[in-house]
Design a protein around this ligand. Structure first.
Ligand SMILES: C[S@@+](CC[C@H](N)C(=O)[O-])C[C@H]1O[C@@H](n2cnc3c(N)ncnc32)[C@H](O)[C@@H]1O
Length: 504
């Protein structure tokens, strides 16, 4: 799809996928007498499919954008039961009125805008109208409003990013869904199934739910989560035995930390998350690192061939300061030319990163970092300390490398165990498949921000295991220091020990 300004403003990504449209319509179990709502019409794909099925279907369509509204009017000119209104679904007075009545629609279908831009005035209005919901993300507001305007017993099907299932900011909408509706089915699939869209940060989901005003019934409801899709046509037959089908009860999800949906068929993982005595946040400080405000100006690279390093100046090795570790005034910066210090950045290197990036740490530069609006001199008590760095974004598995008394930037979450003797054990843990399964269950997106890392269950190994793992990690680090690589058999042994501790 060509991304015009208008597409971006209204997030007008239309559902040009027959399998997606057919699946969602099928989920509504439409009846001829249903009163139907399409809260963000676009060019009318859903309405068209419904009117093809029943040309007298009673359908209300809202659309904000002039062009799309005109298209809808022309397209459905001859359909007297299709009522098209140009309005803002989130602020519209009629819809607020219907909500106050407990809802009027039997069926609702939507592909709402995701993260559409709202000006500040509108954001303030939205905050008043939806006090508990995160207002910077539009799709959850559409979902909330549509649950409101649905009749008790009415069914809604929405195609939306899967971020509402786990992200902290969406806790309130999860609670609302779990206690005010019965989820009928949830399908999860790659965003690339949606023509023209492929956002790296999340997958897509289709949630179908039924409004219910009995909380007990909602919580006793069990529903299927279907994932493992390899192609979009599989939506036509979700009973296909190649798909992965999991069943959950709503009261189980409500009990999870932050009411997050942990979509895994391994109950040991969910149990570990729910029943742990200690979490990483209890035994270590997890903090985001430093930002200069202008890295192109303040950061330099060791070689011009370094990945992502081509727009940075080469560091003059004579300006690298190697004696900085014992300098007590380090948070004030250095006088003189020897003022470049190594900094750990993102990138998925395990155990130990080569020294490739250097930050200007002169007195003047540090003064700038402390006063510049864009710079982030945050969590400075952890700069140049001994800990572990986990990249904020990891495309494949989570990785961790040592922060051996270096600076770490904001693409890294620094993990500093309260008991320093646990550092190598934690380094092994954060590189293990066990930890990867835990973090991907807590948050399936590629994002490992400090808040999710803090929630990972921590199991203290006994003294023998701790020593064994620690000495093996020391060997790995020594090998990397000597040859730039390590013996993978040692890693396998360490991973197996961690697996035996957690059970997976
Ligand atoms: C993601 S598109 C989907 C359109 C259509 N339902 C489909 O699936 O092809 C979202 C549509 O919502 C419209 N829209 C954006 N914000 C809106 C709002 N606040 N109220 C009503 N419509 C809105 C956009 O103009 C766009 O046409």
């Amino acid at each position: 799809m060509v991304m015009t300004q208008e597409t971006r403003k209204y997030q007008a990504f239309y559902t040009r996928s027959i399998p997606i449209v057919d699946y969602m319509i099928e989920k509504l179990s439409l009846k001829r007498e249903d009163r139907i709502f399409e809260p963000c019409g676009g060019d009318g794909v859903f309405a068209e499919a419904i009117l093809n099925w029943n040309k007298n279907a009673n359908i209300d369509i809202c659309e904000l954008n002039d062009n799309a509204f005109n298209i809808l009017q022309n397209k459905f000119y001859n359909y007297t039961t299709a009522n098209i209104r140009q309005c803002d679904t989130l602020l519209d007075k009629d819809l607020i009125f219907y909500s106050n009545f407990g809802g009027i629609y039997d069926k609702i279908i939507a592909n709402p805008p995701y993260g559409a831009w709202q000006d500040y005035d509108k954001r303030n209005k939205l905050k008043k109208l939806f006090p508990n919901i995160y207002t910077k993300e539009t799709y959850t507001l559409f979902l909330y409003r549509c649950i409101d305007v649905l009749k008790v017993g009415g069914i809604l099907s929405f195609i939306i990013p899967d971020t509402f299932l786990n992200l902290h900011m969406h806790k309130a909408i999860r609670k609302h869904i779990l206690t005010r509706t019965k989820i009928l089915e949830l399908t999860l699939f790659p965003s690339s199934f949606f023509p023209g869209v492929n956002f790296g940060y999340a997958n897509l989901s289709i949630i179908t739910l039924q409004k219910c005003n009995n909380k007990k019934e909602c919580l006793e409801n069990s529903f299927k989560v279907i994932n493992g899709f390899t192609h979009v046509e599989q939506l036509a037959n979700v009973a296909d035995n190649k798909l992965n089908v999991l069943t959950f009860m709503q009261n189980e999800i409500l009990k999870n930390p932050d009411c997050a949906f942990f979509v895994t068929d391994n109950s040991e993982i969910t149990e570990a998350i729910n029943n742990t005595r200690l979490q990483i946040g209890d035994i270590a400080r997890c903090v985001t690192g430093f930002y200069s405000g202008d890295d192109k100006k303040f950061m330099q690279v060791i070689s011009s061939g370094l990945k992502n390093g081509k727009n940075y100046n080469l560091v003059d090795v004579k300006t690298i300061n190697r004696e900085y570790k014992d300098y007590s005034g380090i948070l004030e910066g250095f006088k003189g030319d020897k003022c470049f210090l190594p900094v750990i950045k993102g990138g998925n290197t395990k155990y130990l990163k080569p020294e490739s990036w250097f930050m200007n740490w002169s007195k003047e530069a540090v003064k700038h970092y402390k006063t510049d609006k864009k710079a982030r001199f945050q969590n400075s008590q952890f700069y140049f300390k001994f800990g572990i760095g986990v990249p904020m974004i990891s495309s494949s598995s989570i990785t961790a490398s040592l922060i051996d008394n270096k600076l770490f930037d904001q693409s890294i979450v620094g993990i500093f165990p309260k008991d320093e003797t646990l550092t190598y054990y934690l380094l092994a843990f954060f590189n293990s498949p066990t930890c990867n399964q835990l973090i991907r269950t807590i948050n399936p997106s590629a994002n490992n921000s400090a808040n999710y890392i803090k929630k990972i269950p921590f199991i203290m190994p006994d003294k023998t295991k701790l020593e064994h793992i620690t000495s093996n990690v020391a060997k790995i680090i020594a090998l990397i220091n000597e040859n730039g690589s390590f013996d993978e058999n040692i890693e396998v042994q360490v991973n197996n020990m961690i697996k035996s501790l957690y059970g997976f």
